[in-house]
Design a protein around this ligand. Structure first.
Ligand SMILES: NC(=O)c1ccc[n+]([C@@H]2O[C@H](COP(=O)([O-])OP(=O)(O)OC[C@H]3O[C@@H](n4cnc5c(N)ncnc54)[C@H](OP(=O)(O)O)[C@@H]3O)[C@@H](O)[C@H]2O)c1
Length: 283
């Protein structure tokens, strides 16, 4: 998501952008390499003296966080603490990108004031990171037109599978408010420009099951829905627990921001257009 943010901040809003990375050199913004687990690496930020820091870096592999707790805590919690310290010393406005996984998933349509209670270690480390921050945004299942940081998102994965006529198993008992990265990046920029403090749920406006999300993607891209087979969370070979319903209520974002959370149908129209542009540039 950091790369989409850099792209939008640079190309649409003409901000000066430096993009941090650890392994995968970014496409947009001046690349700045550092490892959040190495304190001394962060000294590079003092040289840049940013006015705003959007902290999106994290160990995001939920199962890896469960099996390598030490690394997850080092990156997601201690790394965030260190970034907050640097931002404080530089008087930079810091936006921390947290996650819907801070919630247990027992209820769904979580509001900003709802009590977090993560069911996995990833969510726990991200929540611990929140404790250091004044401005926290929480997205939910981010997707977009291009793979980022070497990983493919759910929408691209599904489209690829269905185009190759492969069958996919998708869970019907997990509920989300999927977030198009372009919409998220624009909302994030507004939060940063207005220097808003507090917690903001910056997600898509439509709550769907993972299965219905897949069906709607297939519909929009005119792919064979029969290849999408219903599955249940209990059938998945996941290591970490996942929240069953981590959908986020975005009404606060609706009140505060000019860029509104997209309804799913609109988001998929934008995704389709963006993917056609990516294909056009590639050809
Ligand atoms: N993806 C989602 O569905 C989702 C949902 C809710 C919230 N979020 C949150 O949104 C943020 C972005 O998620 P994403 O899916 O875009 O993540 P991602 O694709 O996994 O990217 C994570 C980024 O963190 C960097 N990073 C990882 N370890 C690092 C380290 N030790 N030092 C410095 N940088 C490091 C990676 O750099 P390299 O690639 O160079 O290693 C990469 O740029 C995360 O904070 C995540 O918790 C994501």
């Amino acid at each position: 998501m950091g790369s989409k943010f850099a792209e939008i901040a640079l190309e649409m809003y003409e901000h000066e952008v430096c993009t941090g990375y650890c392994h995968n050199k970014p496409e947009f913004g001046a690349p700045v390499k550092f490892d959040l687990t190495k304190d001394r690496d962060l000294e590079v930020i003092y040289k840049i003296r940013p006015e705003v820091i959007i902290h999106t870096a994290a160990l995001t592999n939920v199962d890896e966080c469960e099996t390598n707790k030490e690394l997850a805590y080092k990156i997601n919690t201690e790394g965030t603490k260190r970034v907050v310290e640097v931002a404080g010393e530089l008087k930079a406005f810091l936006v921390y990108v947290s996650t819907d996984y801070v919630f247990s998933g027992n209820k769904g349509m979580y509001k900003e004031e709802d009590e977090p209670n993560p069911v996995d270690y990833y969510g726990y480390t991200k929540l611990m990171g929140e404790n250091y921050c004044d401005c926290i945004v929480r997205p939910c299942v981010i997707y977009g037109a291009k793979p980022a940081s070497g990983t493919i998102n759910f929408a691209l994965w599904l489209i690829d599978k269905l185009r190759n006529k492969e069958e996919v198993k998708i869970v019907t008992d997990q509920y989300i408010t999927p977030t198009l990265n372009t919409n998220l990046a624009k909302m994030l920029l507004e939060v940063a420009e207005k220097e808003l403090k507090g917690v903001f749920h910056l997600a898509g406006a439509t709550r769907v099951s993972r299965y219905d999300f897949a069906l709607q993607i297939a519909d929009k891209f005119e792919l064979d829905k029969k290849l999408i087979v219903q599955s249940r969370i209990a059938d998945m070979r996941w290591i970490a627990h996942r929240p069953k319903d981590s959908s986020l209520d975005t009404s606060k974002a609706l009140r505060y921001l000019n860029e509104k959370p997209y309804e799913l149908d609109k988001a998929l129209d934008v995704l389709k257009e963006e993917m056609e542009n990516v294909d056009r540039i590639r050809d």
